[in-house]
Structures are given as structure tokens and as C-alpha cells.
Design a protein around this ligand. Structure first.
Ligand code: KIV
Ligand code: ZN
Length: 502
């Protein structure tokens, strides 16, 4: 019997996903997501673009040091200084990889790169050879591959293989292709590029026309051995292929795809929640696999069918993606042991004893305000790393006076260095007034660009999670705050955004 082929997943949530407009994660948040992705079982994590900023560099190198088995990748343009920086960032990883790229489509070469075909051919091979001096594991991407002239692309790919590339990624950068065309395109590469059988063929599909998952699946059937994507389908513009959808597709239709992978599907739900919670990008309710309605049956006929026999309307079980009907409820009488055990079951155990104690402290404080502490609460609490980042401004207290026929006033007290500063301000509502008071204390005249609030769970005592985006000095900063009191979550979100400035 023939063995199923193994497909690798490269997760780029922290690189392409972080290019989602308005998303900017701090080091602690990126580390938390990287650890969750390692537990999920992806093969590689593209942790950032090391030369892009100091923050990106620190995130890639921090993740490279923290992960125990997963490969860590940094993106780099086809430039020596980028490759130097990428290597500096990934060199401490158990499996480091440099990913270098150069566009090959006429449009990109003419208008963006202002390079001739000959220059692109030469520079791509040179970049791979340069990266190869540092590590054996070098990935090359001809950007905008699917809009490139095939004969030219073959030459570039052949040059990259000769220079030592171990993985060739064929990106559909602008989400332009379709499954049938992509299949032919990839077959063309496999038939015309000498040495291609020695390297991994990777695909990286954008979702501009809603085909990213379909195109990636077609590529897997055509023989690709690596698929790139992001959790919750995050990414530039319409996003990247959603990894969770591909994984469940391969599992549910094992009969058709006959592919094996290393992903533990029962960790999908919590990873998705964590990514949504930390990035502030909500998951649409009808999103496959991880949307709130993905396993809900509304119509009476469907409910009847499922009650009789689940498989009538259920092609995969909620349990297979980690949705459990857990009956063990944590509350204020729960001890540390039960707390740690539940975290362990959720796969989110903090790394050090100190972090466990901190998380337990947060849990106790929450249990005082909320009768039942549910899994979603724990994911939100443990994912909240705001207290592990050095903060310029910290909340001491706030007091509001608000109503529909009065001037809304908020008095906010913040710890600023060794001082406590108090300011009162008025506004259209209690949140507006509080934000004005914070702006007065911090001296930042920021503009609120976006504000969303969601209940982490159901119930009157649910945690309210607030995500905001503020604009200051031409830049956007995001902030997140959670509390059972929505004014407090709003203030904490504002402080978390303000603390990212400078
Ligand atoms: O979409 C794209 O082409 C990319 C490359 C850098 C791989 O993100
Ligand atoms: Zn991309």
C-alpha cells in the first residue's frame, strides 16, 4: 500500500498576517502566538521581516530562541543587508530558515523594481547564494509568480536551485489565479525546471477573489509539498489562505487528498481565538471551521437530523477542532491545581512558575467578579500580556459620572514614572471623557480611529474585550483591554495603545 504524502505548513500569521491593516503586535503577543502555533504543529513559522524594524527583528530573534522544534523563518528582500539581518535574527532557532524574494512579473519588474529580466535573474541567484553561506535551509519566492512569464520564471527558479535554494515558493501575490490555471502553472514548473524534484515546492495564495484555500488545495494535489497560510485567513488585503480550513479539508477528505500533516486539529479553536483576541481582528460568524456558527444548526430539519444521526449535517465534529462541551467550571473556590490543569488541557500553560502565579492572580481577581470562569475567559486572560511589557502609563483608578441629561465627566488617575497624575475631562460619553483625560495626562493628542467591543462569553457577567485603534503622529496604534466592566476595558485598551507610542 502506498503511503500518504506528507505536506508541510508554513504559518505566516506573524509576517503576512501582521500586514493586515491596523494590526501591530508587540513582542510578548507575538511570542504567545508563536508558542500556540508550535503547539498546533505547523512546520515553520515565518516570524517577521527582520530588517523592517527593530520590533520585527526582536520578535523574530525572540521567537527563534523560544521555540523548541518548529522552524523559524525571516523574510528578506534579495539584498545582502536584508539577508544579514534575517540570519542574525533566526540563527538561534533549532531550525532556522532564510526566505528571500524578488518579483518576476513584468508589471513588478518594470514599475516597482525598475529592473530588467537579466538583472532579476542575476540578483535572485546571488541572493540565494549569499543566504546559503549562512544556512542550508533557504527559501526563494519569485513574487507575483502567477503573473510572470512562465519561460522567464523557469530560468529564475533554475538559477535559484543552482545557487542552493531548498524550497521554491510560487506565490499568487495578488490572488489572481484559479485552481485549474494554478495546477497547470505548477505542472509547467515541475516539467520545465531542472532540479525541481530535489527541492520543496511551496505555495502562498492570497484571497482577493476568495480562492486562496481552493488554489492551495489544488496545488497540493498537483504536487506542492509546502503550503503557506495564516490563522483565520489574516493577511494583506483579502488575506492569505486560512490554514485551519486547509487542515480540516485534508482531514475530512482524506479519501480524496490522501495527505498527512503534523497539525493537531484539536488545537485549532484555541489558536484561532488567541489570534483574534490579540490582533483585534474578529472572526466572521459564518467563517468555516472557526466562526461562531461553524458548528451551529439553526433549522428545525437540520437539528432533527443531527439529533438522530450527527453525520446527516455534520461532516466534521466540533470536538475535532477543539470545541469541547467542557463541564468542569472554574470559579472563585477553585485552587491553583485545578487552574493549572485546565490551562494544561487548553494547551496554554505559561512557561515559568512566575507566569503561572501571575496568571493565577488574574484568574482569582476575575473569579471575584465573575461567577464562572470559562475556557474563553482563560484564553483571553492568559493571552493578555499587557502587564509583562514595561509601561509608561498605568491605570490607578477612574471615576465617571454619566447620564443622558448631564455632562459626561471622567476623572482618571494614572501612574506615570514615580508619580500619580490625576485629570478630569468631559466628553460625549464616559469613554470619550476618559480618553480625553488620558490624552491630557499623556500629552498625546491622539485620534480614536476604531473602537470595537465584544463579550468574550455569554452571560451578564461576561468579560468585555475592547479593541481600539488610535492615530498619533501619522501612525496607527492598536490597543486591547479586558474587564468585566466595559468602561475599564475601554480605558485599559486606550492605555495599551498609548503605551505602544514611542
Ligand atoms: O504574497 C507574496 O508574494 C509574499 C511574498 C513575500 C512571498 O508575501
Ligand atoms: Zn503574501
Amino acid at each position: 500500500m502506498e503511503m500518504a504524502r506528507r505536506i508541510k505548513f508554513l504559518d505566516t500569521t506573524l509576517r503576512d498576517g501582521e500586514q493586515t491593516p491596523g494590526v501591530n503586535l508587540n513582542l510578548q503577543e507575538k511570542l504567545e502566538i508563536a508558542l500556540a502555533l508550535e503547539r498546533l504543529g505547523v512546520d515553520y513559522i515565518e516570524a517577521g521581516f527582520a530588517i523592517a524594524s527593530v520590533g520585527d527583528f526582536e520578535a523574530v530573534s525572540g521567537i527563534a530562541k523560544a521555540l523548541k522544534s518548529t522552524g523559524v523563518v525571516s523574510l528578506s528582500r534579495a539584498l545582502e543587508k536584508d539577508i544579514d539581518r534575517a540570519w542574525e535574527a533566526v540563527k538561534n532557532a533549532v531550525s532556522p530558515r532564510i526566505h528571500t524574494f524578488l518579483a518576476t512579473s513584468d508589471i513588478h519588474m518594470k514599475y516597482k523594481l525598475k529592473m530588467t529580466e537579466a538583472e532579476v535573474l542575476e540578483n535572485s541567484a546571488k541572493a540565494v547564494a549569499y543566504a546559503k553561506k549562512y544556512t542550508n535551509d533557504v527559501q526563494f519566492s519569485p513574487e507575483d509568480a502567477t503573473r510572470s512569464r512562465p519561460e522567464f520564471l523557469y530560468k529564475v527558479l533554475e538559477g535559484a536551485i543552482k545557487a542552493g535554494a531548498t524550497c521554491l515558493n510560487i506565490p499568487d501575490t495578488v490572488g489572481y489565479t484559479n485552481p485549474e490555471e494554478y495546477t497547470k502553472f505548477l505542472k509547467g514548473i515541475m516539467e520545465n525546471v531542472s532540479g525541481i524534484e530535489k527541492v520543496d515546492i511551496s505555495v502562498h495564495c492570497h484571497n482577493d477573489l476568495g480562492l486562496a484555500v481552493a488554489n492551495s488545495a489544488a496545488a497540493a494535489l498537483a504536487g506542492a509539498s509546502q503550503i503557506e497560510g495564516c490563522i483565520n485567513g489574516l493577511g494583506e488585503r483579502g488575506g492569505n489562505a486560512a490554514i485551519e480550513e486547509l487542515v480540516m479539508l485534508f482531514n475530512t477528505r482524506r479519501d480524496y487528498f490522501d495527505l498527512e500533516h503534523n497539525v493537531d486539529t484539536t488545537k485549532i479553536h484555541r489558536t484561532s481565538k488567541l489570534v483574534s483576541s490579540l490582533t483585534g481582528v474578529m472572526v466572521q460568524p459564518n467563517k468555516p471551521i472557526v466562526g461562531a456558527n461553524a458548528f451551529a444548526h439553526e433549522s428545525g430539519i437540520h437539528q432533527h437530523g443531527v439529533l438522530e444521526e450527527r453525520s446527516t449535517y455534520e461532516i466534521m465534529t466540533p470536538e475535532s477542532v477543539g470545541l469541547t462541551s467542557n463541564t468542569m467550571v472554574l470559579g472563585k473556590l477553585s485552587g491553583k491545581h485545578a487552574f493549572v490543569q485546565r490551562l494544561d488541557e487548553l494547551g496554554i500553560t505559561p512557561a515559568t512558575d512566575e507566569e503561572v502565579s501571575k496568571a493565577f492572580g488574574k484568574f482569582k481577581a476575575l473569579a471575584d467578579r465573575k461567577k464562572e470562569v470559562l475556557d474563553e475567559d482563560l484564553i483571553a486572560l492568559v493571552g493578555d500580556k499587557s502587564d509583562s511589557v514595561a509601561k509608561k502609563f498605568e491605570l490607578v483608578s477612574f471615576q465617571i459620572s454619566s447620564g443622558n441629561r448631564m455632562i459626561n465627566t471622567s476623572t482618571v488617575q494614572l501612574k506615570v514614572a514615580d508619580d500619580v497624575v490625576t485629570k478630569a475631562a468631559t466628553g460625549d460619553g464616559p469613554i470619550d471623557a476618559s480618553y480625553q483625560a488620558i490624552a491630557d495626562i499623556c500629552g498625546y493628542g491622539f485620534k480614536l480611529k476604531e473602537y470595537t467591543i465584544r463579550a468574550v462569553t455569554g452571560g451578564h457577567d461576561a468579560l468585555g474585550e475592547v479593541h481600539i485603534k488610535i492615530e498619533y503622529d501619522g501612525k496607527i496604534y492598536m490597543g486591547r483591554g479586558i474587564s468585566t466592566d466595559i468602561i475599564e476595558s475601554s480605558i485599559l485598551a486606550c492605555l495599551s495603545a498609548v503605551n505602544r507610542i514611542g
